[in-house]
Design a protein around this ligand. Structure first.
Ligand code: HDD
Length: 700
C-alpha cells in the first residue's frame, strides 16, 4: 500500500500547483491554442493520453456539428455526469480533518487496546463533524445534534467511535431510528423545512415518544447551536466494554473534552450567521488548523463495573440516559489533536465511512439495543453510498496497519490477495493468512440467556428524571434559552394538539419550564402526561451546564474590529497585542474591503466589508473610528446593526471614544460590558472581561 504521505500530499504542496489564475488561456489568430504556462504538467485524459485542446469540441468545420469520435469530450462529460454519490441519509453535512490521538495515561489493566498501552504513543486519526437533519448543502448553525465521529487507525485495525456532541439519544431501540429521522427531515409531501426540527412532524413524533424527553432538553439547549466544533464536547453515547489481556471486562463511556472549553452562540445569532456565512463551522475548523492553532480534545473515560451498573438508578444499556460525572468521574487518558486539513473534500470527508462495528481487540459492545442495531446500519449504508463492498480500499477507509484476508473481487477492487490461495484451510506453501487465537479479536465471554421476545425492559421506563436533572442543572440564562427554544419550535407547529401534548410532558420535567413555554405560546397548561414511571428529583450535575464549563481565556476565539479611516493607531496596536497575547484571532471589518488609513497614516487592509462581516461572526467586537467614521457608520444600516447585534447578543464591546456616537445611533445604552478604550492599557482590561464569554447581566 502506498504510504499515507503519498496519498495525501500536504496542502502547501497542492497549493503550489493551484495558482493558475494568472495564466489566462490564449487563443491565436488561427484558432489554435497557446500553452501559457510552460512549466505545468501536460493535461491528459483519464487514460493518460496527452490533450492538445481542452477548450473546443471536435467539429466538422469551425461552425459545423460536433463529432462522436471526440473521446476527450465524451470522457470528460461522462465523468462529470457521474460525480455525485448518494449523500448520507443522516449527517449529510459534515466536515473532516486529520490528526492523531496520543495516550497520556496508559490503561493496560483495563484494556488490551493497542493505542492505550504506552504513554506518548500516537495513533493517526480522522474526525468528521456533522449536523444530522440537513442535506449536504444546508447551513452549519442549524439547531441540531452534531455528529462527532472519530476514526482511529490503530496498529490492530480501525476503531470508529461514532458519537455525537450530546451524551444521550432520542430513542432506546434502533427499530425506531427510521421513524425518528423521517420525522425530523423535510416533510415528505412538501419537501421542506430544511435542516430544522421546528415543524409538526418532528414534534408530533416526539410528543408520542416520552423516551425522547431527556434528549429533547439537550437539543433545545444551546448545546445544539455550538460556537464551533472546537468548542464542543463529544460522546460515545453508549456503554461499551473495555477488555484486558486476561479477558476481564469493565464498562466504559467515552467523552471528548475540548481544551478550549464549551461555548455556543445564541439563537438570534445562529439565525443570522446562517445567512452571513452558511459555512461558519467548517470555515472555523479550516482556518484554525491552517493557522496552526490545532483544535484539541482530551479523551476521558467513565469506567465502572457490574456492581456500579446494578446499583445505578438507570439501566446502563439505555442510550437515553447518562451517568453523571459526579457519580462516576471522567478519567482523562489521552488527547486528540487535529493538525491537518483535508486535501480533497470528496476523497476524504465525503468518502470516509464510519461503522460502529469497527472495533479492535480490547474494546467490545454491550447489549444496548440501539448500538446493536447501529452495527447493522452503518455497514449497510456505506455499501450503498460508496457503491460496493470495497469501500475499505478507499485510502481514507483503509487500515494503516498490515491487513491480510481472502476477500476478493467486487466493484472497484483495488487490491486482491496475491497468489493461488484464496481460501483456507489450504495446503499451499504460500497459503496466505491464518487466524491467530491469541492476538485475534475475541468477544467478551458474557453469559446470555432469555426468551426470544420483542420487549422493552422495565429498567428503561423512567423518561423524565434525567430530563429534569439536565434542566435543573442549568444556569438561569441557560434555562431561559431552553424555554425560549421550545416555545419558538412549537410556535412553528401548526397543529395545536401537538403543542398541548408537549406541554403535558414538560410539566413532568419542570413546572416552571412548562409555564414559561405555555405563556410564550399563549396556551393554558393542559393536564400533565401520564408517565410510565413517576419522575424523581436527582442531584444537580454542574458538568451538564455549558456556562459552568466555558473557556477561561480568549484563546481560539475571534475579535471583530470595525474600523474606519482616522482610527487611533495606539488603540489598534494595543488591541492587536492583547488579543495575540491570549492566542485569539482578529478580523478587520471596514466600510470598504480595501481597508482604511489610520490617523497615523497606516494602511490596514480589511478582511470583511461591513455588510459581509456582521458582528454575529465574532466572539467579541471592537469599534475604532474617527468622528467622521462614526458618522459614516451611523448612516449605514450594517454599521448600526453591527453595534446593536453585538450588544443584543450580550457581547463584550470595546470602543474608541468616537464610537460612542455609533452606539447612540444604534440605540445602545453602554453598560459594564462596553469598555471604552480611552487609553491603550484598557485593551488588556477588555480582553480579561471577554473571558466570561458574554456579559449575561445585560440579558438576564
Ligand atoms: Fe448514526 C451516521 C452518530 C444512532 C444509522 N451517525 C452517523 C454519523 C454520526 C452518527 C456521527 C455520521 C458519521 C459520518 O460522519 O460519516 N448515530 C449516531 C449516534 C447515535 C446514532 C451517536 C446514537 C447513539 N445511527 C443511529 C441509529 C442508526 C443510525 C440508531 C440506525 C439504526 N447513522 C446511521 C446511518 C449513517 C449514520 C444511516 C448515515 C450515514 C452513515 O451512517 O455513514 O447508518
Amino acid at each position: 500500500m502506498a504510504d499515507q504521505k503519498d496519498l495525501y500530499p500536504t496542502t502547501a504542496e497542492t497549493q503550489k500547483t493551484n495558482d493558475t489564475a494568472k495564466y489566462p488561456t490564449q487563443t491565436g489568430a488561427g484558432g489554435e491554442l497557446h500553452q501559457t504556462r510552460p512549466e505545468a504538467p501536460v493535461m491528459t485524459t483519464a487514460q493518460g493520453v496527452p490533450v492538445s485542446d481542452d477548450q473546443n469540441t471536435l467539429r466538422a468545420g469551425s461552425r459545423g456539428p460536433a463529432l462522436l469520435e471526440d473521446f476527450h469530450f465524451r470522457e470528460k462529460i461522462f465523468h462529470f455526469d457521474h460525480e455525485r454519490i448518494p449523500e448520507r441519509v443522516v449527517h449529510a453535512r459534515g466536515y473532516g480533518a486529520h490528526g492523531y490521538f496520543e495516550c497520556t495515561d496508559p490503561i493496560p489493566e483495563l484494556t488490551r487496546a493497542n493505542l492505550f498501552q504506552e504513554k506518548g504513543k500516537r495513533t493517526p486519526a480522522f474526525v468528521r463533524f456533522s449536523t444530522v437533519a440537513g442535506n449536504k448543502g444546508s447551513f452549519d448553525v442549524a439547531r441540531d445534534v452534531r455528529g462527532f465521529a472519530v476514526k482511529l487507525y490503530t496498529e490492530e485495525g480501525n476503531w470508529d467511535i461514532v458519537g455525537n456532541n450530546i451524551p444521550v439519544f432520542f430513542i432506546q431501540d434502533a427499530m425506531k431510528f427510521p421513524d425518528l429521522i423521517h420525522s425530523v427531515k423535510q416533510e415528505p409531501d412538501r419537501g421542506f423545512p430544511q435542516a430544522q426540527s421546528a415543524h409538526d412532524n418532528f414534534w408530533d413524533f416526539i410528543s408520542l415518544m416520552p423516551e425522547s424527553m431527556h434528549m429533547l432538553m439537550w437539543v433545545m439547549s444551546d448545546r445544539a447551536i455550538p460556537r464551533s466544533f472546537r468548542f464542543m464536547e463529544g460522546f460515545g453515547v453508549h456503554t461499551f466494554r473495555f477488555v484486558n489481556e486476561e479477558g476481564e471486562s469493565h464498562f466504559v463511556k467515552f467523552h471528548w473534552k475540548p481544551k478550549l472549553g464549551l461555548q455556543s452562540v445564541v439563537w438570534d445569532e445562529a439565525v443570522k450567521i446562517n445567512g452571513a456565512d452558511p459555512d461558519f463551522h467548517r470555515r472555523d475548523l479550516w482556518d484554525a488548523i491552517r493557522a496552526g492553532d490545532f483544535p484539541e480534545w482530551e479523551l476521558g473515560v467513565q469506567v465502572f463495573d457490574d456492581e456500579f451498573a446494578d446499583k445505578f438508578d438507570f439501566d446502563v444499556l439505555d442510550a437515553t440516559k447518562l451517568i453523571p460525572e459526579e457519580d462516576c468521574p471522567v478519567r482523562i487518558i489521552g488527547r486528540l489533536v487535529l493538525d491537518r486539513v483535508v486535501d480533497n473534500f470528496f476523497a476524504e470527508t465525503e468518502q470516509v465511512a464510519f461503522c460502529t462495528q469497527n472495533i479492535v481487540p480490547g474494546i467490545d459492545f454491550t447489549n444496548d439495543p440501539l448500538l446493536q442495531g447501529r452495527n447493522f446500519s452503518y455497514l449497510d449504508t456505506q455499501t450503498k453510498r460508496l457503491g460496493g463492498p470495497n469501500f475499505t480500499h478507499i485510502p481514507i477507509n483503509a487500515p494503516r496497519c498490515p491487513f491480510h484476508h481472502f476477500q476478493q473481487d467486487g466493484h472497484m477492487a483495488m487490491h486482491n490477495p496475491k497468489g493461488r490461495a484464496n481460501y483456507e484451510p489450504n495446503s499451499w506453501d504460500e497459503g496466505g493468512p491464518r487466524a491467530d487465537p491469541k492476538r485475534g479479536f475475541k468477544s467478551y465471554r458474557e453469559e446470555v440467556s432469555g426468551e426470544k421476545r420483542r420487549l422493552r425492559a422495565e429498567s428503561f421506563d423512567d423518561h423524565y428524571s434525567q430530563a429534569r436533572q439536565f434542566y435543573r442543572s442549568q444556569t438561569p440564562v441557560e434555562q431561559a434559552h431552553i424555554g425560549d427554544a421550545i416555545t419558538f419550535e412549537l410556535s412553528k407547529c401548526v397543529t395545536k394538539d401537538i403543542r398541548m401534548r408537549i406541554l403535558g410532558h414538560l410539566q413532568l420535567i419542570d413546572e416552571d419550564l412548562a409555564k414559561h413555554v405555555a405563556e410564550g405560546l399563549g396556551h393554558d397548561l393542559p393536564d400533565p402526561a401520564e408517565p410510565a414511571r413517576a419522575p424523581k428529583d436527582l442531584a444537580d450535575s454542574p458538568a451538564l451546564s455549558l456556562l459552568k464549563n466555558g473557556p477561561d481565556s480568549f484563546k481560539g476565539r475571534k475579535l471583530g474590529i470595525l474600523m474606519t479611516d482616522g482610527a487611533d493607531d495606539a488603540l489598534y496596536e494595543a488591541l492587536v497585542e492583547a488579543v495575540e497575547a491570549e492566542g485569539g484571532m482578529i478580523e478587520i471589518v471596514a466600510p470598504q474591503v480595501g481597508g482604511i488609513t489610520t490617523a497615523g497614516g497606516k494602511k490596514i487592509e480589511a478582511n470583511q466589508k461591513i455588510d459581509g462581516g456582521p458582528s454575529v461572526l465574532y466572539d467579541a467586537v471592537a469599534i475604532l473610528c474617527s468622528e467622521e467614521g462614526a458618522e459614516k457608520l451611523s448612516s449605514m444600516l450594517p454599521g448600526k446593526q453591527f453595534a446593536a447585534d453585538a450588544f443584543g447578543h450580550a457581547k463584550f464591546i470595546a470602543i474608541s471614544p468616537e464610537a460612542e456616537a455609533l452606539l447612540k445611533a444604534a440605540s445602545v445604552e453602554p453598560d459594564d460590558g462596553v469598555v471604552p478604550l480611552s487609553a491603550a492599557g484598557k485593551a488588556k482590561t477588555f480582553m480579561k472581561k471577554t473571558h466570561a464569554v458574554r456579559f449575561w447581566d445585560r440579558v438576564a
